[in-house]
Design a protein around this ligand. Structure first.
Ligand code: GLU
Length: 472
């Protein structure tokens, strides 16, 4: 790409599902591209065939699609630099490798693994770091593709560079060593392939995790050898596990992003939550739509310190985004989870109040929290109490409730009228709970349930009175 368009990329290796930590990197890269009307590339880095897991590429694409992180170029979206799968680009890496050989920046590595191991042991015994560059062959063989091709560090110097998040960074000459560009099997290493691709694809901003900082001096020496200006580096902070001491990783329970889809989280909420793990636009506002995020996003506001993953916070965020949904959509989603015998629209607001993601509806059903709407609950009489009020008094209060509710006409038996009727009784008592609590308990059999007015409306006049009478 020759225009100077802001171009970012997400470059996962297909080694399994992408977890939430990886996807946040993709999100930042995507936000930056979208904010600048730039391009976002999806590139599959599959040069380590041993680590590849079948089906990963499809899984990665599905994850990005769920979140709406659309790519302008990549698999299934050909562009000027197709293919976007590294294993299909071997001739391009070879071309760049040949340039480096020609310029004297690369040499065929003649050593066997055993020989290299001996060098390593020798360095160990001398208590020195092992460096390939100290074993450069004087007359390396011609590179014919059967031996690894190594980069030749030409100048041992201090490397200084700038990172948009970290500011000025530097490393001493010890960070530089000869490293493999193309392996004996013909595949390039990550260290080489990603540089070639970032150059070819016109990537302007490389957004990635901290684990790549230590190799950046090597990357820079390749850019220099090729005579190409490096892109901007944007190093994202780690996401810490819930305990805050360890980086969130697959081993420590970082989940597949698509698990959140299955659990009924909203992609908008996940985007918002992930964006704020390591970025803050400033101010109090925390709930952002996709468009607001694009507008507010700024690479300069990415934080350096790791943010802690919190399921509770994610649930809170999800609920906030649920509240932004049109009523009909909430209704549709909740009704979908209800078995046919329970599909009652009146239950929707009650359920909605108590969930933070769609699958919570399933759990409410499993816990039996909605059963009382469909079958008369068993009432544990010992629980028919309120503060220190005697049971006789409670029973007489329920009787008052029955009397007043009997007067509400059946066709007017809705929560507003029920409330007016019951409140008239409640206001005369020392505290409203003396009647509202026992009525609610008598209707639901639960300590904690929706308010008695809506329960009564849903049950209907007959069933409400029958339940109250039964308790009396
Ligand atoms: N393939 C690398 C990884 O999955 C990408 C790193 C980068 O973004 O340069 O970690």
């Amino acid at each position: 790409m020759s225009d100077n368009k802001i171009t970012t990329r997400f470059a996962p290796s297909p080694t399994g599902f992408i977890h939430v930590g990886n996807i946040r990197t993709a999100l930042y890269a995507w936000l930056w591209a979208r904010k600048n009307n730039g391009a976002f590339i999806l590139r599959i880095e599959d040069t380590d065939k041993e680590r590849e897991v079948a089906g990963s590429i499809e899984h990665i694409m599905k994850s990005l699609r769920w979140l709406g992180l659309d790519w302008d170029f990549g698999p299934e979206k050909d562009g000027p630099n197709a293919p976007y799968i590294q294993s299909q680009r071997l001739d391009i890496y070879k071309k760049y490798a040949e340039i480096l050989v020609k310029k004297g920046f690369a040499y065929a590595d003649p050593y066997t693994e055993e020989e290299i191991e001996k060098f390593r042991q020798k360095a160990d015994s001398e208590k020195k770091p092992f460096l390939y560059r100290e074993h450069r062959p004087e007359n390396p063989p011609t590179w014919d593709g059967t031996k690894p091709l190594r980069f030749k560090v030409s100048e041992l110097k201090k490397t200084v560079w700038n990172d948009i998040v970290w500011g000025g960074l530097s490393a001493g000459p010890e960070a530089l060593d000869d490293f493999i560009l193309i392996k004996g099997d013909g595949y390039p290493t990550y260290n080489f392939a990603h540089i070639v691709d970032d150059i070819e694809m016109g990537v302007t901003h490389v957004v990635r995790g901290q684990e790549f900082i230590s190799s950046t001096p090597k990357f820079l020496s390749v850019y220099e050898a090729l005579g190409v200006k490096p892109p901007f580096f944007v190093t994202t902070p780690p996401i810490m596990g819930a305990t805050g001491t360890k980086k969130l990783s697959k081993r420590d329970g970082a989940k597949d992003i698509l698990d959140y889809e299955k659990e009924g989280y909203l992609p908008e909420a996940m985007l918002n939550y992930l964006a704020f793990l390591g970025f803050n636009p400033g101010g109090e506002k925390e709930v952002y739509t996709r468009e607001e995020l694009i507008k507010a996003f700024d690479l300069g506001k990415i934080q350096r310190s790791g943010a802690k993953w919190s399921d509770d916070k994610l649930d809170w965020m999800n609920k906030e985004h649920m509240k932004l949904l049109p009523k009909e959509e909430v209704e549709k989603n909740i009704l979908e989870y209800l078995p046919d015998s329970m599909k009652n629209k009146k239950l929707v607001p009650i359920i909605f109040e108590r969930i933070s993601k769609w699958c919570d509806v399933k759990e409410m059903i499993e816990r039996g929290e909605l059963d009382f709407f469909y079958k008369v609950p068993d009432i544990d009489k010992t629980k028919l109490v309120y503060k220190n009020i005697s049971q006789e008094k409670i029973i007489s209060n329920i009787k008052l409730a029955i009397e007043t509710l009997e007067k509400v006409a059946e066709e007017k038996f809705d929560k507003e009228n029920i409330k007016t009727a019951l409140m008239a009784v409640a206001e005369k008592l020392e505290s409203r709970g003396e009647v509202l609590h026992p009525v609610r308990f008598a209707l639901s059999g639960l300590d904690r349930s929706p308010d008695p007015f809506i329960i009564a409306e849903i049950l209907g006049k007959n069933e409400t009175l029958s339940r109250l009478q039964k308790v009396v």
